[in-house]
Design a protein around this ligand. Structure first.
Ligand SMILES: [Zn+2]
Length: 281
């Protein structure tokens, strides 16, 4: 075989039994280049395989990334409440807190130790609290307000008109000089029920000089209430009573000019004006 450009080689393909044969005429240069052709084809196949493998991996990676981002978005969505809900909740919380502070101030005026709502800023303003801590601190606060309300004398021991107020007044027995009236008097009929104005313990129940038949009840925070001139006493010393319990009946026993209830509120043993304790505000 010559190497000239026009050189043509004949390739004869013979079957195994040598019965058939075929001849191919190929330019001789191609036969010399056959190794190169094969190498090129092999390289091409390898390159394409690598490209397919690479694209497949890329695709897989992108899908994983997409799934990861999707999960992240979902979890973030769960974490962030709707802005409207947050704002509305905040408004309600601030409203509740303002009312609690008001109740707290009413109780503080009556001599109770003020309790903090994580004041001064209030619970709602304290962003360091988690939602659970926030609600639990309100729960705690409400429980304390509730105790304050239950154990502070408040309201009427007998719902009726007042006939005599706290302070100096003319002596009803007309001895010619003024006297200090340490409580308020409620109009009433003999036998009308008298109820206690706060939870507490009966510390005296019986005759007590000018007060006649008299009940004294001790409450929390050094409070005491006194109910005088009773016709009947329904409680015993040491008995625990709840606000609203019937403890006795109106009468005119002791230094009294007619059927009425004499009611006193004492704080640290000193009579205070019960009028401040008839209403919460
Ligand atoms: Zn009186």
């Amino acid at each position: 075989m010559s190497k000239s450009k026009r050189d043509i080689s004949t390739v004869i393909i013979v079957s195994r039994d040598q019965q058939q044969s075929r001849s191919l005429r190929i330019p001789t240069k191609h036969i010399y280049r056959l190794k190169h052709y094969i190498a090129f084809v092999v390289l091409l196949i390898v390159s394409l395989s690598c490209a397919v493998f690479y694209l497949h991996r890329q695709n897989q990676h992108h899908e994983e990334e997409r799934q990861r981002l999707l999960r992240q978005v979902l979890s973030l969505k769960q974490q962030i409440p709707e802005p409207d809900t947050v704002n509305r909740a905040q408004v309600y919380i601030q409203g509740i807190e303002a009312k609690l502070k008001k109740i707290n101030s009413y109780l503080t005026k009556r001599g109770l130790k003020g309790f903090s709502v994580k004041s001064v800023g209030g619970v709602a303003a304290d962003t360091s609290l988690s939602e659970e801590e926030l609600y639990s601190s309100y729960d705690d606060y409400l429980a304390r307000v509730l105790t304050g309300v239950a154990f502070t004398p408040m309201g009427y021991p007998k719902v009726s008109d007042l006939t005599s107020f706290f302070g100096y007044r003319g002596d009803p027995f007309d001895s010619g000089r003024g006297e200090f009236h340490p409580g308020i008097d409620f109009r009433g009929h003999r036998g009308d029920k008298v109820t206690c104005t706060a939870n507490g313990t009966v510390i005296s129940a019986g005759w007590m000089g000018g007060y006649g038949n008299c009940i004294r009840i001790r409450h929390a925070n050094n409070y005491e209430t006194l109910y005088g001139h009773l016709s009947k006493i329904n409680v015993k010393v040491g008995q625990k009573v709840k606000v609203g319990d019937k403890i006795g009946a109106i009468g005119s026993t002791g230094r009294s000019t007619g059927n009425h209830l004499h009611y006193e509120v004492r704080k640290n043993g000193k009579a205070v004006n019960p009028i401040s304790y008839l209403r919460l505000n």
